[in-house]
Design a protein around this ligand. Structure first.
Ligand code: DOR
Ligand code: ZN
Length: 352
């Protein structure tokens, strides 16, 4: 049997939600990852350090007994966010980034930023403090084709922003296009990107395979094959600017399967296994550990984890549904198989 032993990875982009939903999904992440950067797009959003600390307490209270897991918190940038809040966040040691949602770009982004100029004083402080900006990089202009929203965001907003704040630490989240890969490669080391498993494994045909597939709807939306190829090449290149961020985003089944379904794909139940599949397709399993367990920690200036996880090349079937508080959710690959399986126990001394 093929076995892979990796330093325990981190998930640098995760949606955990709250309450019973949080308690239902958290064990999936904890089984695989030592830390996760937790997104702040709750209702109402996490806008202050105080909110973030309370949310962190809620997550810690929901952790399975004896779990070794650290939630890394983020703040939701609004036009009301003050530079002082950045200082408070930094001092807390618990908040590791500020998330920029263009207003209206995605789930619960209504309180996001309408004009970037308005948040320049906050960005100045962030650049001074080395405090990272995590960017949902899509324009919200309804006249722009949904498949072009990332590319146009780069041209209209991100390139000028990066020039105006060359020292700002910036993570372009869940990249989906060749243009985003090029932007990250061409900018200095303080610019990096996260990549999801679903954008590595699917192109936009997956939205319409035999009929409309709401469980493959996410934002940024899946792109054509040539973009998937560029993102796969970036992830498997060994370039430390690219690292793992699942963007696992649970929604109740009923919220996905309706006239106007929500964006978000749940991958936490098989996250590392799915990345292993993608890397194996590219004959790059030897690069998985860097992408999953080294690059992100190094970028954020956090120590690499000490423990290890083991993956076995044994196929298993994903359930049709998973519990999600009072609801159910439909996980990625529901009713289908995943090639790699997580072994329960950690290997004892680094290598099996
Ligand atoms: O597909 C997505 N779902 N993209 C996002 O940006 C947000 C996320 C969510 O919170 O559901
Ligand atoms: Zn997200």
């Amino acid at each position: 049997m093929t076995v892979l032993c990796l330093r325990r990875p981190d998930d640098w982009h995760l949606h955990l939600r709250e309450g019973a939903g949080l308690a239902a999904v958290l064990p999936d992440t904890v089984a695989r990852f030592a830390r996760a950067m937790v997104m702040p797009n709750l209702v109402p959003p996490i806008v202050t350090t105080k909110d973030a600390l309370a949310y962190r307490d809620q997550i810690c209270a929901a952790l399975p007994l004896g779990a070794d897991f650290q939630p890394l918190m983020t703040l939701y940038l609004t036009e009301e966010t003050s530079p002082t809040e950045v200082l408070r966040a930094r001092e807390s040691g618990a908040v590791h980034g500020m998330k920029l949602y263009p207003a209206g770009a995605t789930t619960n982004s209504e309180s996001g930023v309408r004009t970037l100029d308005g948040v320049y004083p906050v960005l100045d402080t962030m650049a001074e403090q080395g405090f990272p900006l995590l960017v949902h990089g899509e324009v919200t202009d309804p006249t722009v084709d949904v498949f072009d929203r990332e590319r146009i965001f780069l041209e209209r907003h991100l390139v000028p922003l990066q020039r105006r704040f060359p020292d700002l630490k910036l993570v372009l989240e869940h990249i989906t296009t060749r243009e985003a890969v090029d932007f990250v490669c061409e900018t200095p080391p303080q610019v990096a990107a996260t990549i999801t498993a679903h954008h590595l494994l699917l192109d936009r045909n997956a939205l319409f395979r035999g009929g409309v597939r709401p469980h493959h709807y996410c934002l940024p939306i899946l792109k054509r094959a040539l973009h998937r190829q560029a993102v796969l090449e970036a992830a498997t290149s060994g370039n430390p600017k690219f690292f793992l961020g699942t963007d696992s985003a649970p929604h109740p089944r009923t919220a996905k399967e309706r006239g106007c379904g929500c964006a978000g794909i749940y991958t936490a139940h098989a996250a590392l296994e799915l990345y292993a599949e993608a890397f194996e397709q590219c004959h790059a399993l030897d690069r998985l550990e860097g992408f999953a367990s080294h690059h992100g920690a190094d970028f954020y200036g956090l120590p690499r984890n000490q423990a290890h996880v083991v993956l076995e090349r044994v196929a298993w079937q994903v359930p049709e549904e998973l519990p999600f508080g009072a609801d159910r959710l439909v996980p990625f690959r529901a009713g289908e198989s995943v090639t790699w399986r997580l072994r329960d126990q950690h290997c004892s001394h680094g290598k099996p």
